[in-house]
Design a protein around this ligand. Structure first.
Ligand code: NAP
Length: 462
């Protein structure tokens, strides 16, 4: 059952049954049939619909923002990445690929011993997307816009707690004029994910979510030799060096850690500060937290909303309590809020050391772990002392030095004097156990194409 529950009030808003195996088979058939026609359409034809989709998202940003706020708890208008901003950003990724897909996927002419030789980028087929709840629209559109512009069709298995968002996304594609099978929402459970991956008509799978889910999906896809892209967890370092602008780092560090109540794969989670400025950073950072308002996501004045469910709340509570037992110090916050809803106080832990959950694990909630480094080399060592490698933020006034240090950071993105974020123009993805493959930009759209070489009249010898 897909249950839509408001995490601020614990009210059940809607329930949707899973579809039957017969219905699933029908949807896969529609996806395949549609693909055979969709891949023959021109870029202009696809772009017209993709632009309409972008417009719908822009014009109805408030309406879909409210759905996000109610279904997964992100504040409607917080200066930290708000629910409305997520919808607008989803529109931007559609507009960007409508504008740029044809250019990126234009055949590349390469000189060879043939009279003519070139590389073309052909679509693969129906692509399954297994998606998480934390950015319920953005995650889906950043997959779907490039996949569909390349001539593929999309199948969505969304997280089971955001069914209203899943349904709204499918409706948006239909309202924008896409054919029925170009993008379908599948109300299926985890066992059916395997059925879909193993179906011969399905060409590839992308998953954004936990390591556990990624490992399972990649193993099944590996068994049937299908391409996967995995965007998994992160424990991004936020490194503050001795010559950093501490005030700016504290200000940006709030957004970097607390957007979406900390439930972001690219949120800054480990604040690694060099020892001679450590206390100044902690004092400045705590002041920023004192001003934040935790509350109802539908209240315009709320900065930080609830966690998505009781499970995530209990998990962050355990990580804080165990870290404190092992010697971490609570600078501010540290507890769940009494009463209804899954609220946890924005928290800063200092004296975080190896062996504590706050050092070793991904903190998927509003908790910043502050660790002290001896110097910049030690800071980079700590930054890399994790199984994850998604993003990293590096603060120093010496930008040339930072550019050199960036090469030593084991992550898919390094932001110098800024927070980690995504943008359609630049690739997004991780290394190590944060996954593989890239989304967004020219790299993202080329993940789900057949890079096909065509030779005309080649020389008859090696
Ligand atoms: P999750 O449990 O892995 O769920 C994500 C999706 O995978 C859901 O649709 C879920 O369906 C499905 N799923 C769960 N187990 C599965 C399995 N064994 N086989 C196939 N599908 C499975 O992740 P989450 O806890 O909701 O999300 C938080 C995690 O996602 C964090 O680790 C976070 O860092 C990561 N994340 C990464 C990125 C990125 O871009 N790198 C972005 C956002 C989140 P059900 O809901 O039905 O279980």
């Amino acid at each position: 059952m897909f249950i839509s529950k408001n995490p601020a009030t614990e009210e059940i808003m809607a329930e949707f049954p899973e579809i039957s195996r017969e219905m699933l088979a029908q949807k896969l058939a529609i996806a395949h049939d549609t693909f055979l026609q969709w891949r023959e359409t021109s870029f202009a034809f696809r772009a017209e619909r993709m632009r309409r989709l972008a417009e719908l998202l822009q014009h109805h940003a408030r309406e879909y923002g409210e759905l996000i706020a109610k279904e997964m708890g992100r504040p409607i208008n917080s200066p930290l990445f708000s629910a409305v901003a997520e919808v607008e950003k989803s529109g931007k990724v559609c507009a960007w690929y409508a504008e740029n897909a044809e250019k990126i996927l234009a055949p590349e002419i390469v000189a060879s011993d043939a009279s003519e030789s070139f590389v073309r980028f052909d679509p693969l087929g129906p692509i399954l997307a297994v998606m998480p709840w934390n950015f319920p629209l953005w995650q889906v559109f950043r997959f779907a816009a490039p996949a569909l512009m390349a001539g593929n069709v999309g199948l969505l298995k969304h997280a089971s707690n955001v069914p209203q968002c899943a349904r709204a996304i499918e409706e948006l594609f239909q309202r924008a004029g896409f054919p029925e099978g170009a993008f379908q929402n599948l109300f299926i459970g985890v066992p059916e994910v395997e059925v879909v991956i193993r179906d011969q008509r399905v060409a590839a799978v992308t998953l954004t979510g936990s390591e556990r889910a990624g490992r399972s999906v990649a193993a099944i896809a590996g068994d049937v030799i299908k391409k996967t892209v995995l965007e998994l967890g992160g424990s991004d370092p936020f490194i503050v060096l001795a010559d950093a602008d501490i005030e700016a780092a504290c200000t940006v560090g709030v957004n970097a850690r607390l957007q979406n109540a900390g439930q972001s794969c690219i949120a800054a989670k480990r604040f690694i500060v060099v020892k001679n400025i450590a206390q100044a950073f902690i004092d400045g950072y705590r002041k920023k937290y004192e001003a934040l308002r935790l509350g109802d996501p539908m209240d315009e004045a709320t900065d930080v909303g609830p966690l998505v469910n009781e499970k995530m709340l209990s998990e962050i509570e355990r990580q804080v309590n165990e870290s404190v037992k092992k010697g971490a110090r609570v600078e501010i916050g540290g507890r769940r809020r009494a009463g209804r809803g899954y609220f946890f106080e924005p928290t800063i832990l200092s004296d975080v050391k190896k062996g504590m959950p706050a050092y070793e694990e991904e903190l998927f909630g509003p908790v910043a772990a502050v660790m002290v480094a001896d110097d910049e080399n030690d800071a980079i060592r700590i930054a890399n002392d994790t199984s994850f490698g998604l993003g990293a933020s590096l603060w120093t006034r010496d930008v040339e030095k930072a550019k050199q240090l960036a090469a030593r950071v084991e992550a898919g993105a390094v932001f110098i004097n800024g927070m980690v974020k995504s943008d359609p123009r630049l690739p997004f993805g991780g290394v190590k156990r944060s996954g593989y493959g890239r989304e967004l930009s020219s790299y993202g759209i080329k993940e789900f194409v057949n890079i096909k070489t065509v030779w005309v009249n080649p020389q008859p010898r090696y």
